[in-house]
Each structure stands twice: as C-alpha cells, then as structure tokens.
Design a binder for this molecule. Structure first.
Ligand code: DC
Length: 228
C-alpha cells in the first residue's frame, strides 16, 4: 500500500472536503474513498434491521458484511447497497447523525478499517473523512485538514439539502452540525483532529474553486501525475 500515492482530506462536516476530494480525484484520475458514506451505510442498515445504535458488536457485524458498490458517473458517485441505489437515502441529516453515533464504537471502526484501506489502488487514492491521515493512511503522501466556521458549514449543508429536495431548517442544520462536531471531536477512538503532519486550511469565506486552486498548488499535482 505504501507505494500507492495517497492524499487525505480530513475535516468536519460541511467543510467542503467531499466536493474538493471529488475534484482532486477527477483531476488526477485517481480512486476516491468517501469514508463517511461507509459509516452512513452502516447506520442505514443498522436502522433498517432495527439494531440498537448502542450495540457496537451487532453494528460491527453489519459493517463486516456490507454489500456495497460505488459507481462513478461523470461528476457524481452512485452508492448501491445490496442492489439498491441508496445515494439519496444516506444523505439525510438523520443518517449523518446516526453515522456519527455508530462511529464511536471501536468494533465498528475496526470492522471498516480493512475495507477503507482496500481503496488504495494504483494509480492513487484521494481519501475523504475524519481519521484518514491519522489512523487509516498514516503514511499518506499528503495530508490536508480542511475546516470552516460552523455557521458557514451549516449554510453550505443547508443549500446542499435543499438542492436534493430534502426538507431542513437552517437553525436545525446548525444545531446538528455543532452536535456532530462535538461527538466527532470528543470520542475516545480516532477523534476528528489534524494529523501532526497535515496542512491546515480554513476555507471560511472561500469558494470551492478558490479552495481547489489553493490545494492544487499546495499538493503540486503535477508531481503526483508523474508518479501515477
Ligand atoms: O463525512 P460525513 O458527514 O459523511 O460523515 C458522517 C459521520 O460519519 C461523521 O459525523 C462521523 C463519521 N465518520 C467517521 O467517524 N470517520 C470517518 N472517517 C468518516 C465519517
């Protein structure tokens, strides 16, 4: 795995890392790991099977047996769970909140580790999450920690939900983001934090194209291109 070039993008919900990761992966023609989607999928299946979200062992079993496919279509990724397209189902705030809850279980994180590492394939991987640079790919060639103010992240998330025709109110989205930040930051296992060797970028007030431009120069994409 160590000879596969890897870029990690970690950060809180709504920091734009998902969009930026997609742009970088597309630009480099590399694979993409949306690790948050894995946690959301596990949360969705746990809910469908009426498993208590505090039951780490039962949820870890779901994580081990997850039958999922990520299909890259032009600018989007379609997520297929046991033959059913669940891309929209896992984008809800409820699913995100449940994902944050089940992500606190050590057994669940352990169960998803190998699955996440298996995404590291030639010519390279862009990995998006909370612990990509700290736990899953500590040897990544470049680690970025993207953040923005909670208000700005809530605004972006609110617009995203509206675009997907999902009902939401801005104050609720802000409250959810703060609650999720708190849980992701304070959990004892793999908490959300920048790796020691990560580059921090606060993108409050920046557009996606400004962030992308900054990262492009930062990550010296041309260097990676020649490695790929
Ligand atoms: O990135 P996201 O919003 O789709 O992630 C949903 C939740 O999943 C997030 O609140 C915490 C959890 N998660 C995690 O614990 N570790 C990751 N690498 C990715 C997501």
């Amino acid at each position: 795995m160590h000879n596969i070039p890897i870029i990690t993008l970690d950060g809180p919900s709504g920091s734009g890392k998902g969009t930026i990761s997609k742009l970088i992966a597309k630009h480099l023609n590399w694979h993409l790991l949306d690790s948050g989607a894995l946690y959301r999928l596990v949360a969705l299946v746990a809910e469908q099977h009426r498993i208590n979200l505090t039951n780490g062992a039962a949820i870890a079993a779901v994580a081990v047996h997850l039958d999922v496919q990520f299909n890259t279509l032009d600018d989007t990724v379609q997520i297929v769970l046991e033959g059913e397209d669940v891309t929209l189902a896992i984008s809800s705030e409820q699913c995100a909140m449940n994902a944050s809850r089940i992500a606190t279980h050590v057994l669940v994180r352990k169960a998803l580790k190998a699955r996440q590492r298996a995404f590291a394939k030639s010519p390279g991987l862009v990995a998006d999450g909370r612990d990509m640079g700290t736990v899953i790919f500590p040897h990544a060639h470049l680690k970025i920690f993207l953040t923005a103010s909670a208000e700005e992240r809530a605004n972006r998330r609110y617009k995203q939900l509206k675009n997907n025709s999902i009902n939401a109110s801005l104050p609720d989205v802000l409250a959810d983001i703060k609650q999720r930040d708190e849980r992701d930051l304070s959990r004892s296992i793999a908490p959300l934090k920048p790796a020691q060797d990560a580059t921090l970028l606060d993108c409050t007030g920046m557009s996606i194209s400004e962030v992308f431009a900054q990262l492009r120069s930062l990550i010296k994409i041309q260097d990676f291109k020649t490695q790929g």
